[in-house]
Design a binder for this molecule. Structure first.
Ligand code: ADP
Ligand code: ZN
Length: 219
């Protein structure tokens, strides 16, 4: 899943995971877990995450490749928040073939509205929104009863920096994957578009991709 912060990568990926039965691997969640657990790595990456900057490639690539060795990832996976730099894309490609890159196109106004109203479950990571995806009970997760909180990097100044970083460093990957013929665009111009509408579109791309792969094999 490729797209700016707040484009819905995590929301869609977590729904797709339930439908497709392959894990949703979010490097942002992994970063937050390391920081929370105050590991050696967590201490080294906190300053980057707090400022809305990218964690150094060598650290994040090592973390991701370690995760991809686990048994649940052997039949496929959905990546959310990775790749974010050309270096990451090149390293991933050495070991895996990426079948589909979903590029989420969302205008900045919507991103800012979404992120400044986003709430996350402290226990299970589920994502809510004060405007569009309210929990049934205020400040409580529908799924696990955990407490909802606002991420430290969802503050206006940090949101702006994350958007800058995205435009400068990650957006060039759109061209990279488009040239490889694996990129599909999704457009979301309305804050109120229900997640399932987008999820259906992505499932359509996956069906097309699987059909093509089958034809190639059978061909
Ligand atoms: P966003 O909501 O901005 O897409 P994420 O939850 O994916 O944010 O990531 C949060 C933070 O974790 C990023 O701002 C960055 O510091 C770090 N991070 C996550 N994934 C990567 C990555 N692939 N490369 C470098 N840093 C990353
Ligand atoms: Zn929860």
């Amino acid at each position: 899943m490729l797209g700016p912060p707040g484009s819905g990568k995590g929301t869609y990926a977590s729904r797709l995971t339930a439908i497709l039965g392959v894990p949703h691997i979010s490097t942002g969640d992994m970063v937050r877990e390391e920081i929370k657990a105050q590991t050696e790595i967590g201490r080294r990456i906190k300053e980057y995450s707090d400022r809305g900057e990218l964690v150094p490639d060598d650290i994040i690539i090592a973390m991701l490749l370690e995760r991809l060795k686990k048994p649940d990832a052997q039949r496929g996976f959905i990546l959310d928040g990775f790749t974010r730099t050309l270096k990451q894309a090149e390293e991933l490609e050495k070991l895996f073939r990426i079948n589909l890159v979903v590029n989420l196109n969302v205008p900045d106004e919507i991103i800012i509205q979404r992120l400044s109203n986003r709430l996350v479950c402290r226990r299970c990571g589920a994502i809510y929104n004060r405007l569009t995806l309210k929990p049934k009970v205020d400040e409580i997760c529908d799924l696990c009863g955990g407490e909802l909180y606002q991420r430290d990097d969802d503050k206006p100044e940090v949101i702006r920096e994350r958007l800058n970083v995205y435009r400068r460093i990650t957006e060039p990957l759109i061209r990279y994957y488009r040239e490889k013929g694996v990129l599909k665009d999704v457009y979301c111009n309305d804050l109120m578009t229900p997640p399932d509408v987008i999820v259906e579109k992505i499932l359509g791309f996956i069906r097309d991709m699987e059909k093509e792969e089958a034809e190639k094999k059978g061909g």
